[in-house]
Design a protein around this ligand. Sequence first.
Ligand code: PEP
Ligand code: MG
Length: 582
Amino acid sequence: MNGLPENALSGLGVADGIAIGPAHVVEGGVDRVLEFRISAGRIPIEIERFQAATVTASQQLERLREQSRRIGGGAGEEMDYLLSAHASMLAGSRLTRGVEQRIRDRRINAEAAVQREIAAIVRQFKALSDPYLAARADDVRDLGRRLIRALGGERTEPFADITPGSVVVAREITPADMAAMEPGQVTGLAAEIGGADGHTAIMARGLGISAVLGVPDLVANIRQGDQVIIDGQAGIVIVRPDKATIDNYRRQRTTLLRRRRALAKLKDLPSETRDGVAVHLQANVELPIEAEQALGFGAEGIGLLRSEFQFMAAETEPDEDCQYEQLASIVRGMDGRPVTIRTLDVGFDKLPPSMVEGLPPGDNPALGLRAIRLSLLRPALLETQLAAILRAANHGPVRILLPMITTVSEIVAVRAAMVRVARKLKRRKVDIPDPLPPLGVMIEVPAAALSADALARVCDFFSIGTNDLTMYTLALDRTNEQVASLYDPLHPGVLRLMQFAVAAALRAGIPVNVCGEMAGDPRFAPLLIGLGIRDLSMAVGSIPLVKQRIRRLDTVAAAEHADMVMAQTDPARSAELLDAAP
Ligand code: PEP
Ligand code: MG
């Protein structure tokens, strides 16, 4: 095929299944623009287009500066400083003069002139011996991207012209990219960057898209339209497979689909152990389409609604009515089953396009202005979201969940905000539930697990986020393929924190569930049930598999198994015990 031989590349298999289809290669950055020659008559038109783009970019920068001033503090000041530097580069500078000259002299389109001028300035900056000035090359590049976007009149749509059934191939696929994909158009994903419990991997599992991440040199080995096979279980990407390979994988795919159909028959059977103990299985939802699928997979509710989806796909931050409509539709769709809505957890690997520029990444985004920290810093953002959630709670049982909590004071502050918002809504004669919905917290930071008894006094439930708990306990980036082999929730450090938090919840008499990826892996079910957990929330597609495992379990044997695992010091031995669990 294409005269080139079959080529197998390996990475991390992060979402099961087999995908076969043409590659849709997405290249990022400004390198993507097309360059073409223009006629002499077209020169003033291209210059005018460029000047209009500088006006649009200046307006965007001014809006962002207003936002950064609202953030305030050191971060806000730094951002404001940076943005004003960008703005001054647009005002009659070498950049603008250089672009206009290139359009005139080289007779090229405005986008290409921007690209060439930016490349020239970056080269000069990089050649400087001063490291501070050399680093400013990134600012110039950013500004170039902004101008090129403004010239296009709209955000780039990397998936707009995708052939249905494609396999998306990129250096990096972000959660915002995932939100921009049309479900059903994409059958597989492969990228050079990413770990198994990053949000891109989680979204792929939720959407049932086979995925392999952390594949070195991927993009250099695949051309647009090449036939590609993704084996999400084995973590293999096969480029330009020959006929025998395709036939082999088609057979495997048929067997897999048959197995999934058989599992689907479990949907209406109760989720209970052999000794009759109910274990509630709920769905994690990243995108509304998963909420639509939840009942079909037998979910008893939505245990984690990651509200970031409302911000990911939008050009601007959604207002209260817009958030309310989307949430209410999900709550109504669950037909009286509980829905746990988590407040915004942006920052780190999840950056909605509308917030990218207003959120300075800092050197360490996982430890920075993420989740509840951002919400508390921007009261209008938090209160708008709480208002939308309280209104949606009128349509069915809703709980509110707070991400990345570390201290009691954060919970107290959010509860005060919730009461304030409720009062305002009542004054507006808007119906909201009385009493207000339960307010719970994610246990996903070691400090939260270790002070779980204190947190339990001021909140109504716990949800254990094993993804971040593992990351923050082991100091390992969950999205970084280079440390993926070290990322292990069976580390005794992680398990002891979980055990401590569960015990604190049981003592305080508040509900506790697990909503991290551990919950959706049937291998962990005996351990989690043995630790006393009776509520698990996971990707919709995992529910039948976990239910099958639970129906074979006995809680007494599971408790003995958990005791044995908790006594281990070597995670590899714990893994062996898991494989031999009753
Ligand atoms: C977690 O950290 O385990 C979790 C469920 O939250 P998220 O994956 O959205 O960070
Ligand atoms: Mg988390």
